[in-house]
Write a protein that binds this ligand. Structure first.
Ligand SMILES: [Zn+2]
Length: 359
């Protein structure tokens, strides 16, 4: 297989300039940039004079005073392009060998946040999540996302979730690249229809399970996380499937949303966690009159004396009723379980009774 290093091995300095000119966001490519004058950094995003592109070894060379967690860093044109656009080496290689064209969203400046730099502003966050969403592909039968969901929710049969996509994504932790995983990308949408963030579930590349992710110093990292939030998340949900006949369900996790659908036939939106569930707002214009609340039946927290999942679900029910909606509370039968557990039990019992009938 062709390697990126083979392709650029005999490049002239002008070819490196051309690479940088092709991929870097246009607003960085000023006269001063090409003359090697200090300017803002296309990687860490902030500052007005921390970055210099000088191509001094003829390899698209650059230096930034802050790019290494606030310390200086130098690199070549490949690193500059990959880190400023968020492309992986493989994606850049595919562009250079003509295997793929550059996703249009990558033309936007998408500074990747490094430790020690200021947070991204709202529009940069929005570009970053829109870029991820655009770069991911729709789910299809037998892909890693579908296989994972079918393993968590056996027998799963549901409308194709338009709010979920699949991507191959680098997993970064505190500036360290941990690995690259098949990743379920879920679009988190506010009541007014705007995307506020993307939630990511990193999957094991070999088997239908969540990835086991461990940093170089042995820290176990979460396979499920939100990306940056371009907008406050309160009120939103992952719109897994369209409401039916004015009825909609809400649950905490993605898998629970599918499990509730399998158990009750109610199209259900995951809110990702119990706090966001308690803040869910029914979007106007979809004709929703009834909200089914699929609570996680958490163990009682000894400090508060309540089951957190149940308490937040009841809080939501109370507010929605005050807003004039009909609510239906659903609680798993066994304490310490959620609807994903309950569906698996129901499914296994059905399988056993089928086998018994067949025997
Ligand atoms: Zn920088």
């Amino acid at each position: 297989m062709t390697k990126l290093s083979d392709i650029v091995k005999n490049w002239t300095p002008a070819q490196w300039d051309a690479l940088v000119a092709q991929f870097l966001p246009a607003d960085f490519l000023t006269d001063a940039f090409w003359r090697g004058r200090p300017g803002p950094c296309p990687i860490c995003g902030d500052g007005h004079d921390r970055f210099t592109y000088d191509n001094k070894r003829g390899r698209g060379d650059w230096v930034c005073r802050k790019c290494n967690a606030g310390s200086p860093k130098a690199g070549d044109g490949i690193e500059l392009v990959c880190r400023s656009t968020g492309m992986s080496y493989v994606e850049l290689l595919n562009c250079l060998t003509g295997k793929s064209s550059m996703p249009t969203a990558l033309h936007a400046a998408v500074p990747i946040r490094q430790p020690g730099t200021k947070p991204l502003d709202t529009s940069a966050k929005m570009r970053r999540i829109e870029k991820q969403w655009a770069a991911a592909s729709s789910l299809s039968h037998g892909d890693a996302a579908t296989q994972y969901l079918a393993a968590r929710v056996p027998g799963l049969c549901a409308p194709r979730p338009v709010a979920l996509r699949l991507a191959s994504q680098d997993y970064w932790h505190e500036g360290e690249l941990i690995g690259r995983y098949p990743t379920i990308v879920a679009q988190f949408t506010l009541p007014d229809g705007r995307m506020a963030t993307v939630h990511r579930t990193s999957l094991d590349p070999q088997q239908p399970a969540k990835a086991c992710i461990v940093s170089s110093d042995g820290e176990v990292l979460p396979p499920k996380r939100n990306d940056v939030s371009a907008l406050p998340l309160d009120g939103g949900a992952v719109r897994l499937m369209p409401p039916r006949d004015g009825e909609l369900g809400v649950a905490e996790g993605l898998e629970n949303g599918f499990a509730a659908y399998m158990l009750f036939g109610v199209p259900t939106w995951p809110c990702l966690n119990r706090v966001l569930l308690s803040k869910f707002v029914v979007p106007p214009g979809l004709g929703i009159h009834t909200v089914h609340i699929f609570a996680d039946f958490d163990q009682i927290d000894p400090r508060t004396g309540v089951s957190p999942g149940m308490a937040d679900a009841l809080k939501l029910a109370k507010r929605l009723r005050a807003e004039g909606f009909k609510t239906v509370m659903h609680r798993p039968k066994i304490r310490g379980t959620d609807f994903c557990d309950e569906w698996r039990t129901v499914y296994e019992l059905r399988q056993m009774s089928r086998q018994a009938v067949a025997a």
